[in-house]
Design a protein around this ligand. Structure first.
Ligand code: DGY
Length: 319
């Protein structure tokens, strides 16, 4: 059996797989495998260990007649043509749950950093612009007691709501369906998207990337938000119309944004977002703690091993 791993993984993960199969691993941790190399390696592969930067589409699956399982080291799987994999009887695994708290932490870190101008404050000192205490110097927005609107009340949404509760926030949410557990345990109030946008000081995007959520926040939605609103996105950049967001930030229609994800990643320093001083940006590191990433890699490997044995995957995406 051969498994293809598309990015350099920790030794413990490789060892787990190497006990049972031959492993081809792309040797770079930061640079993704080229399409050409992946197409070449996949031809005799039985399993594919992938991640958010690889496009797993029909062309790739056509080139992989032996493929028995696909496992992504992520909770999101929008880079994989799951319908096509399902049609071919290939199980697709992912790594939910273990990253919930890490992503909720990072979401809240972005919210606080944007609201309280943490990054601008650091730059201010570094650039030697700090001459004296100033009454309105680097003033931000209140977090404690403010209203947070969570779009997508899944596991991570609930994690963010738990943190928001500790900050005395009024919690609104919208979701495909009502989550009574979140309402009872966290005091979150269900409302329509429009109502959430109109009432929230913090609008937090946590919906998965699907056809339905593609650019679900655009010019109309930004126009509904309050002028002091801060938009946070730690899900997928494609859920937002980036040009409309930039316009809303540029014209002061909203107050700021904290972004871990972008329409096209990675963004380069000439991206129009860099012209704005009301944005905090991170390079898609929502789940990036050592413990979480090691656990995600392990689960991705366990999904592979189960798939190769024809057993149920610990975390399977497709039916
Ligand atoms: C995920 O898990 O979907 C993240 O975006 C990658 O860590």
């Amino acid at each position: 059996m051969k498994v293809v791993i598309t990015r350099k993984m920790p030794d413990s993960t490789v060892a787990l797989l190497a006990e049972h199969c031959d492993v081809y691993m792309w040797p770079d941790e930061h640079e993704p495998i080229s399409r050409h190399k992946l197409m070449e390696q996949i031809t005799d592969a039985d399993a594919l260990f992938t991640n958010v930067t690889d496009r797993i589409d029909r062309e790739l699956l056509d080139a992989a007649p032996r493929l028995k399982v696909i496992s992504t080291m992520a909770v999101g799987f929008n880079n994989i043509d799951v319908a096509e994999a399902t049609r071919r009887g290939i199980p697709v695994g992912h790594t939910p749950e273990v990253l919930t708290e890490a992503v909720a932490d990072l979401t809240f870190a972005l919210l606080l950093a944007t609201a309280r101008r943490v990054v601008a404050g650091m730059a201010f000192i570094r650039e030697d612009r700090w001459k004296a205490w100033g009454p309105m110097l680097l003033t931000g927005q209140n977090v404690y007691g403010a209203t947070i609107g969570i779009i997508g009340m899944g596991r991570i949404g609930e994690g963010v709501a738990r943190r928001a509760r500790g900050f005395g926030m009024n919690i609104l949410y919208c979701n495909r369906s009502r989550k009574e557990t979140a309402e009872q345990a966290l005091g979150a109030a269900y409302c329509s998207l429009d109502e959430l946008l109109k009432r929230s000081d913090y609008v937090v995007m946590l919906a998965p990337s699907t056809k339905e959520t593609f650019r679900m926040i655009g010019a109309r939605e930004f126009a509904l938000m309050k002028p002091n609103a801060i938009f946070i996105n730690t899900s997928r950049g494609t859920n937002v119309d980036e040009a409309a967001m930039i316009e809303a930030l540029r014209t002061g229609q909203i107050w700021g944004a904290g972004l871990d994800v972008f329409e096209t990643e990675p963004i380069r320093p000439d991206h129009p977002l860099f012209a704005l001083d009301n944005v905090v940006m991170l390079p898609h590191i929502g789940s990036a703690t050592v413990e979480t990433r090691l656990k995600m890699a392990e689960i991705a490997a366990l999904n592979i091993l189960a798939g190769l044995k024809g057993e149920p995957l610990p975390y399977r995406v497709n039916p």
